[in-house]
Design a protein around this ligand. Structure first.
Ligand code: BTN
Length: 256
């Protein structure tokens, strides 16, 4: 573990850099289960993950040494369980803020927390919470950002990376520093209960808001329009004249 000159209060102040691990989320979970308490804001960063995990049991692919694959420990005990979607908002807005300063304003959040540049995915988030009673004791925030990788397999879908957008490599440590700062700022907004600000910024950056797109629902493709997100984080999709709520397993945006 090393101390860093990060311009943050706590996120990234304690940083564990690994050349290889199965998954930074799993590594952090294991550290948490050890006897010694871990400081909030601890970051695990790996050059390579042999079993990187994505949402819905997908594999997260990232070429060795070319991308940011990290996990951050947060202890959002100020959030009750029915407020847990604020963590998704905090993290996706933090990543979005950071990437907007690097690539311009074309970055959006595809519900619930995929990070998109135009029509392509540049980053993803896997949040795993440890719950105690009615609140979240610990949250493991896994973040993957495609940085200096040029080629992606078909498994990565319509992926892009910073190098593909900027046409030059981006220093991973600089990105980490910027990211820790922007995530911490958004986290402090949540801690200060500035929920309206998080709600309106999240909505304002939501991919496909008020636009008609094709969605796969069950085995049917239907046209729908995202009109918002519910308090517990369900997608509000208007189909014909009716607004319906969907969770991640029930709906998939179909892009050309
Ligand atoms: C997604 O499916 O979009 C979420 C991807 C999350 C990937 C990151 S990489 C670092 C952390 N460790 C993991 O095993 N997964 C997350």
């Amino acid at each position: 573990m090393q101390n860093n000159t990060f311009l943050t209060l706590f996120v990234g102040q304690s940083l564990v850099k690994l050349s290889e691990t199965n998954s930074t989320n799993d590594y952090l979970k294991k550290l948490l289960s050890n006897f010694k308490p871990l400081t909030e804001g601890t970051v695990i960063m790996a050059d390579h993950q042999s079993a990187g995990r994505g949402q819905q049991n997908n594999v997260w692919e990232a070429e060795k040494g070319k991308n940011l694959t990290i996990s951050i420990l947060l202890n959002p005990t100020f959030l009750s369980l029915n407020q847990q979607f604020y963590l998704n908002k905090v993290v996706s807005l933090g990543i979005n803020d950071c990437l907007r300063t690097i690539v311009c304003d074309d970055c959006k959040i595809k519900w619930p927390n995929d990070i998109y540049h135009k029509n392509q995915k540049i980053g993803g988030v896997l949040i795993e919470n440890i719950v105690a009673g009615n609140y979240i004791k610990n949250s493991i925030i896994g973040i993957g950002i495609n940085v200096n990788q040029q080629n992606f397999s078909h498994l990565a879908g319509n992926a892009t990376s910073l190098v593909k957008i900027l046409r030059k490599d981006y220093e991973l440590n600089d990105l980490l520093r910027q990211l820790c700062k922007s995530i911490e700022s958004r986290y402090l907004q949540a801690k200060a209960k500035h929920f309206e600000r998080l709600d309106s910024d999240y909505l304002g950056r939501l991919f496909g808001l008020n636009e008609v797109h094709n969605y796969l629902i069950g085995d049917e493709i239907v046209q729908g329009k995202v009109v918002g997100v519910s308090a517990i984080g369900l997608l509000l999709l208007q189909i014909n004249d009716e607004v319906k709520e969907f969770d991640l397993k029930q709906v998939k945006l179909m892009l050309d």
